[in-house]
Design a protein around this ligand. Sequence first.
Ligand SMILES: O=P(O)(O)OC[C@H]1O[C@@H](O)[C@H](O)[C@@H](O)[C@@H]1O
Length: 257
Amino acid sequence: MKDLVNTITDKDGNVVKVSMTNNEGSSVTIHTYGATIISWICKGEEQLFLSKKAVLDGTKAIRGGIPVVFPQFGPGALPQHGFARTTVWEFLGYKVCQSGIRVKFLLKHNANTLSTPWGYKFKLYYTIELTKNSLELTLECTNLDDVPLEYTTLLHTYFRADIDQTKVHGLEGLKYNDMVAKSSDSVETGKILTISERIDRSYKNTPEIVKVEVGNGRKIEIKSNNFKDTGMYIYAPFSAFLPVWEKIEMLYRTLLH
Ligand SMILES: O=P(O)(O)OC[C@H]1O[C@@H](O)[C@H](O)[C@@H](O)[C@@H]1O
């Protein structure tokens, strides 16, 4: 019988990739660099976008999949999107539960993180559960410092989408910041958002469930809870706008705390 959880190690015995497969044939693969989920196959289809030019050797953030952004979203005192996506996480092990298979990763402060402008002592646990038709991602941050700790975090999910057929439901009436037009607090007027040009927006106070049609009949339901604010980032860079990339068709949603 096929193993439920497999690890790939480097020549020094360090875990580089962890993959789990369930009896229904769904699978997920996580790179320990950034605890980045680089593949999620569900119902026989890859659900995530991973750039053909993604670098997986630990020299730069992995382009695509689901990078973990922590402790800073966007630009700021730290490099863009913080250090979690460019740090190797510890693989803590796995558990087979009634609902699915779970793997757990840990990121803890170290000499490097303590020397940054965000030099707190912390532990960040990341649990990834694969069920028949879903992926459940849980982040738990523990403050080990003597002072309050502030962070923003998000699960920067790049879905594989046919951009011409993509429809996002549930954004009507929400305010958003538009990083392309460089404006803030625009209001979404459409019931369904379709994408015909490059979009880079953060929607505020999105509902707990957002439904996205990503083409060829594939529908994704994104549920979030316990995040103070949630944001919807739709980022569709086309080759015309970013000629250095291969034609990218993707959509991502992130959760901002
Ligand atoms: O290129 P990076 O650092 O991985 O960031 C990817 C994207 O991240 C998003 O959160 C930003 O809104 C985009 O503007 C940015 O391009």
